[in-house]
Ligand binder design. Structure first.
Ligand code: 13P
Ligand code: SF4
Length: 305
């Protein structure tokens, strides 16, 4: 590590202590950000930590909807983002007005939404879910006749196949995960015939159908540790490979596609984390009116799993 990096890390540690702050990082963050995080995880794990932390300040290294979710769960805490322009294109593909319209077209349907949505959209939902628990949430709604599932059409397709339920979906998608193509998996499988193929459910249906397992990012991290296989082809955003290699130095990981990089997840750097702690900004706050309604959907999810 070069001297300058060490200085930044020391300053970050001092400021964390001074402000009683914790750093949460999503599994897709740059290695330098994962290295300074108190916790790294998937959307569900980070939500749970945000809900129960004793810290006064949460530095959220991820994308905007994740920081909003942390603020919804911990309204008395200050949630700051080192780069507040890091958004999620999938979350931007559906507005609260779009969802209200869809609900009006299907009166009586229960509305389930992926956590990759704005707080305003969450306020219109009955249930929230993440990629870890989406199938479990739908399975818990056996008595509901019609289910709206937004915004990701590929996650909806996967959940529908797994649960056997017909879902009313939206046309959202993740621009990063759709870059992973079936031919990428076929090519990597040819190069690494013994490798197990793991993909995220945000991938194209044709990619999902070629995988050995379909998992959220932290489920992948757990699976790799427990599985006897020594090689894995990873069909998700490339940031996860750093964590996988760190946790399993004796195993090999191959990215399914070099193009699977989410530019928004890469906006946060160590330097920006330092500046955020120095200036205690940019703060992400959700208005009470939206927060109270959005919280209900998240709490209902947390009660299920
Ligand atoms: P998970 O980490 O919850 O699997 O989510 C993936 C993702 O794309 C988040 O934006
Ligand atoms: Fe959004 Fe996809 Fe980036 Fe996740 S990887 S933050 S879903 S654009």
């Amino acid at each position: 590590m070069i001297k300058e990096d060490k200085k930044i890390i020391t300053k970050i540690k001092e400021l964390k202590k001074k402000h009683n702050a914790i750093i949460l990082a999503h599994n897709y963050q740059l290695p330098e950000v994962q290295d300074i995080a108190d916790f790294r995880g998937d959307s569900l794990e980070l939500s749970r930590i945000a809900a129960k932390t004793e810290a006064g300040v949460i530095v959220f290294c991820g994308v905007y909807f994740m920081a909003e979710t942390a603020s919804i769960l911990s309204p008395d805490k200050m949630v700051i983002m080192p780069d507040v322009s890091a958004g999620c294109p999938m979350a931007s593909m559906m507005s609260a007005q779009d969802l209200r319209k869809l609900k009006a077209e299907h009166p009586g349907a229960v509305a389930v939404g992926y956590v990759n949505t704005s707080a305003a959209v969450k306020a219109e939902l009955d249930y929230c879910c993440t990629s870890t628990n989406a199938v479990a949430v739908i399975n818990a709604l056996k008595d509901k006749k019609e289910i709206i599932f937004i915004p990701d059409k590929y996650l909806a397709d996967y959940v529908s196949k797994k649960s056997g339920r017909k879902l009313i979906s939206w046309h959202g998608f993740c621009p990063t995960h759709v870059k992973i193509l079936p031919e990428d998996l076929k090519r990597e499988k040819k190069f690494h015939p013994r490798a197990k193929v793991m993909v995220h459910p945000e991938c194209l249906a044709a990619v999902v159908s070629l995988a050995d397992v379909v998992l959220s990012t932290s489920q992948m991290a757990k699976y790799v540790k427990d599985d006897p296989a020594k090689e894995f082809i990873i069909g998700t955003e490339s940031g996860l490979l750093y964590r996988l290699k760190q946790d399993n130095p004796d195993k090999e990981f191959y990215s399914a596609s070099e193009r699977a990089v989410c530019p928004n997840m890469k906006r946060t750097t160590q330097e920006k984390v330092l500046w955020a702690l120095e200036e205690l900004k940019d703060e992400v706050r959700v208005s009470d009116q939206i927060r109270i309604k959005a919280r209900l959907a998240i709490d209902r999810m947390l009660e299920i799993i």
